[in-house]
Design a protein. Structure first.
Ligand SMILES: Nc1nc2c(c(=O)[nH]1)N[C@H]1C(S)=C(S)[C@@H](COP(=O)(O)OP(=O)(O)OC[C@H]3O[C@@H](n4cnc5c(N)ncnc54)[C@H](O)[C@@H]3O)O[C@H]1N2
Ligand code: MOO
Length: 405
């Protein structure tokens, strides 16, 4: 491969610029978890919808207890007991009503004194209040969380359990989400066996296929078609034709991305009229990655066969395409302090971990070769190091692809 490969940032920009967002669809709230909001969420209800008690205690008029102290408590008749889920009658001046957290505050009351600052007399007809209260004390005001019609979340958010809680509270029963991307996969390699059963001595077990399937499922994308082929141009071409005939939004291969005698991915693509946007990026590992648009415009990734390189391809580059499809912004790493010096004009992706010591340095004590999966399993973050023009940038990324913020 030539020495004039695009940089990682140029590659990411090419992906962003050539992958269109998918359409949206409407789903009920109980099927929304993990999906991505396609439009801003708007509250259907005002919350709180009424003035509500924030504490268990007594609602009253603050003026009536202005002089209350533990030494000189104020005695008030108990006019009612108000439970949550009931609608109270107005409170008469000079009286108090027992009230439960979440219950509507009656007209005429402007404060709630916590039960801890009260004593109910035998017979429960009177309460003594031993503290003054300011107007509004322990009352949740109407709409202080959200007003009906108000935007409560932007488009482009992964729906998490807390967002499900908000949607339920604000009366949003149905939500517009982005389609789940459908991905077709062709795993190439004559040496690949499916699992540990009776494999011949030169065979290895397919790691990339399961990794790709798992990555997709972890972000709510769908592995919609999957094939395995040996290193043979005709067989690869036929497999590509089959998966491209499906409704996949994106096609991925692993292996055969380099330039050896058995590396046919590029040839098979070119014969099918694909437009290669890059083949090789200035990075290590994962350098031979290929990104193309199929003749019909769908995006295609040829991931290198080395398992760590394939992981990087999925994590950062297929991940970028999925982000573009889902209307999500580019990912931003976290600037960290590390001893890694990088290499001029080559991005390094290093397996690492945040230091456990007080120095807060990012550490990279792992075997960084691209066939060593054990070190990738042990690491918890990627460190991306870019050095150019005397400047070094070090950014940490969570090891696993995710679309949260
Ligand atoms: N002369 C050159 N040789 C290589 C170059 C190069 O530039 N010039 N690049 C190296 C780099 S970097 C990488 S990465 C690999 C890319 O290889 P390919 O994409 O062509 O993949 P293969 O040759 O098929 O396999 C490479 C390696 O990975 C193993 N492999 C393949 N598929 C799987 C899988 N599904 N699960 C687990 N392991 C897999 C395969 O057995 C090989 O060991 O090329 C270098 N060579
Ligand atoms: O970059 Mo390859 O991806 O070194 O093994």
């Amino acid at each position: 491969m030539g020495g004039d490969r695009p940089s990682v940032d140029e590659g990411l920009a090419l992906i962003r610029g050539n992958v269109r967002p998918l359409p949206g669809e409407s789903v009920p709230i109980d099927r929304a978890l993990g999906r991505i909001t396609a439009v801003p969420l708007v509250a259907a209800r005002t919350v709180p919808g009424f003035r509500a008690a924030a504490m268990d205690g007594f609602c009253l008029r603050s003026q009536n207890v202005a002089a209350a102290t533990p030494e000189a408590p104020v005695r008030l008749p108990i006019a009612a007991r108000i439970a949550a889920g009931t609608w109270p009658v107005p409170l008469r001046d000079g009286s108090a009503a027992g009230i439960a957290t979440g219950a509507p505050v009656p007209d005429g009351a402007d404060a709630i004194v916590m039960i801890e600052h009260s004593a109910v007399e035998t017979g429960a007809a009177y309460v003594t209040i031993s503290t003054p209260a300011r107007p509004g004390l322990n009352i949740r005001e109407i709409g202080e969380d959200a007003i009906a019609g108000q935007k409560v979340l932007d488009a482009g958010h992964v729906i998490t359990p807390d967002i499900v809680a908000g949607m339920a509270a604000y009366g949003i029963g149905q939500v517009a989400v982005m389609w789940s991307p459908r991905v077709a996969l062709v795993v190439t390699g004559s040496e690949l066996a499916r699992d540990g059963a009776a494999i011949d001595p030169s065979a290895i077990i397919d790691a990339n296929g399961p990794m790709i399937a798992a990555t997709l499922s972890s972000v709510g994308a769908i592995l919609s078609a999957s094939e395995r082929v040996g290193d043979d141009l005709a067989m690869l071409g036929a497999a590509l034709d089959r998966v491209c005939a499906t409704d996949a939004d994106l096609v991925v291969t692993t292996g055969g991305a380099s330039r050896g005698d058995y590396d046919f991915v590029r040839q098979a693509l070119e014969r099918r009229g694909a437009r290669i946007l890059f083949h090789g990026l200035s990075m290590r590992p994962g350098k031979p990655i290929l990104f193309a648009l199929l003749a019909d415009g769908r995006p295609f990734f040829g991931l290198p066969g080395n398992p760590v390189s394939a992981c990087i391809g999925m994590r950062f580059f297929v991940g970028q395409a999925l982000r573009a499809m889902l209307g999500l912004p580019d990912e931003r790493g976290l600037a960290v302090i590390s001893d890694e010096q990088g290499r001029d004009d080559t991005t390094l992706f290093l397996r690492g971990t945040f230091g456990r010591g007080p120095s807060a340095r990012f550490e990279t004590p792992f075997d960084q070769r691209s066939h060593i999966l054990s070190s990738l399993m042990a690491a918890d973050h990627w460190l991306r190091v870019d050095r150019s023009g005397g400047e070094t940038r070090r950014l940490a990324f969570p090891k696993t692809l995710h679309f949260g913020r």
